[in-house]
Design a protein around this ligand. Sequence first.
Ligand code: UDP
Ligand code: MG
Length: 319
Amino acid sequence: MADKVLTIVVPCYDEQEVLHETSKLLKNIIDDLIEQNKISVNSKILFVNDGSKDKTWEIIEQLQSQEKVFTGIRLSRNFGHQNAVMAGLSRAVWYSDMMITIDADLQDDIQKIYEMVDNFYQGFDIVYGVRNNRDTDTGFKRTTAEAYYWLMTKMGVNLIPDHADYRLMSKRAVEALLEYHEENLFLRGIVPELGFNTTKVYYKRKERFAGESHYPLKKMLSLAINGITSFTIAPIKVILYLGILMVLYGGGALVLLGLTHHMSDYRSLINSLWLLGGIQLITLSIIGTYVGKVFNDVKKRPRFIIEDDTYSDSMKKVR
Ligand code: UDP
Ligand code: MG
């Protein structure tokens, strides 16, 4: 058992306030697991610096000079949370038997790592961390999140409710994940598509330890839209039905008008112009979003660019 390598992948964007605490707590867990003979002494904590503007990379460098369990990857600029996770996994998969992804801000219960590792040994390839309450989220975030999961499921997208990006994956699960080359990856939607033997561990999500959320409303909205448009063309079908309904209504009204000779009020005419114009713009933008996705994907641009990789350097040494 003790020869299985665990790598904990931590995406970091401007996390100077939390890194010291996070690294200390994660190291304790790794040490513990090594002591219990559950993981190899070559297990690592891999910080992926996603183009931070603050001292995040300096802190990571300092950490790795102190303890060999700390390693880092520095992306050449900010590529976004999902791509930072993928960058970390793309390297970790070379040397690890299991990988855990977790945010840097200690919102997810790191004590659940023990349970995740136990599940790995019971034969599970993917272990989802699932929040069993959202007390720390605002009422607004909670309602919108619930509505979103509901909508996604209705449209046929397989999402694990209340699961974010805290999960354990085996080497072969990560290898399968890396086969998905699409741009603007929505991990939460793709991981359940992989199949494999999966299970869940439940935890209570805490407040951010320090610093600020990097997911303001605008980013949340764009992640949500990306999630939908990456997995289903249901919105385009909705447009069709909407169009049919409108034609029926408009046609019917015309026939009635023709029969009764009623002149309609000009205000209702202006209102319906606005309504129709708005609906047209929305439908155009829905189609445009899909076309834009094709545009982005045909270019096959890299999802991330690695500038420094002290993780691989350190793993090559132990091999
Ligand atoms: N993050 C990142 N790149 C970004 C934005 C965020 O790597 O462009 C990281 C961030 O450092 C954190 C995780 O992704 O470890 C989740 O971000 P955050 O905690 O700000 O989001 P929230 O928990 O509020 O949804
Ligand atoms: Mg957070």
